[in-house]
Design a protein around this ligand. Structure first.
Ligand code: GLU
Length: 292
């Protein structure tokens, strides 16, 4: 099938080099784009300077290129988009969809992460150091995930009014991702299962802002033997580019593909071409997580 309007993306946060988990996410989004004759873009989500590891954006981009995943169009950096986020926030504020909030992280975690609307009607003014939340309407969001099937979330009972700008002044991921997927005209999003429960918030924001909703597909996340997501916090090893073919073959297998053993001698570009030709999103296991 060819789909000339397809635009996909990989959106890593520069918190360290790629590890096997982020490699799998990059590969799934890349192959789905290329199998659909689409464009594949990269966006560096450098929204949170304290969590950023110096040099990792450059390293991630280099790793992607060495693995044969070349992006179309210029890389977008979220750090260059702050005025666009500000405009969107002002638009929502002028429509009275927002309120200031001084609740601590601890209070919200005692509510099991579902915000109870405490500050909605307190009329806190614009002192710095307050978070800005979006008033959500009691609404169930439902969408058909391309891998996991129909997903339903009641925003009021499962999330509550959510943060658009944090107490430290940084824009929230949910706001930035919606702004940027629209800016980059993304039509298809393939990413890790850990973001499935964020998708209804993103769809809700898209609807409020009159932006199109892309198609979503969430692949299982890679976990270690303790069931923990491979991540920097859990000391996931950075990928070793000397093993590029065997890493790519493992990543293809993780995604439900059966690369022939001879591909171990192939260059990354040939592996990518094989992957794009044989990609079938329906073969990706319909699971939240998988040990690898
Ligand atoms: N930057 C996010 C992450 O690294 C991914 C965001 C997304 O794909 O929507 O987990």
């Amino acid at each position: 099938m060819t789909n000339h309007g397809y635009v996909g993306r990989f959106a890593p946060s520069p918190t360290g080099p790629l590890h096997f988990g982020s490699l799998v996410a990059a590969l799934a989004s890349y192959l789905d784009a290329k199998a659909n004759d689409g464009k594949w873009l990269v966006r560096i989500e450098d929204l949170d300077p304290p969590r950023e590891v110096t040099g990792s954006s450059t390293l991630i981009l280099k790793q992607l290129q060495t693995l044969g995943m070349n992006w179309d169009d210029a890389v977008l950096y979220q750090s260059a988009r702050l005025s666009a986020y500000e405009r969107i926030l002002q638009q929502l504020e002028s429509r009275e969809y927002c309120f200031k909030c001084d609740c601590s992280r601890q209070r919200v975690s005692e509510l099991k992460g579902v915000y109870d609307g405490r500050c909605r009607s307190r009329g806190l003014d614009s002192n710095p150091g307050l978070a800005i939340r979006l008033k959500i309407s009691p609404k169930t969001v439902r969408f058909a995930d391309g891998i996991q099937g129909v997903f339903t979330q009641n925003l009021e009972h499962e999330v509550g009014d959510f943060i658009l700008r944090r107490r430290d002044g940084l824009f929230a991921y949910q706001l930035a991702v919606v702004a940027d997927d629209a800016e980059q005209k993304i039509t298809h999003i393939v990413r890790g299962y850990d973001l499935l429960s964020s998708t209804p918030r993103q769809i809700y924001l898209q609807e409020l802002l009159g932006l199109p909703t892309p198609s979503y597909a969430h692949i299982p996340i890679v976990v270690n033997e303790l069931g923990q997501k491979l991540s920097k916090q859990h000391f996931a090893e950075p990928i070793n580019l000397k093993n590029a073919p065997s890493l790519l073959i493992s990543a293809l297998q993780f995604l439900g593909m059966k690369p022939p053993p001879t591909l171990i001698r192939a260059a990354p570009a040939a592996l990518m071409a094989w992957g794009a030709e044989h990609w079938d999103i329906q073969r990706v296991p319909k699971l939240a997580k998988m040990t690898w």
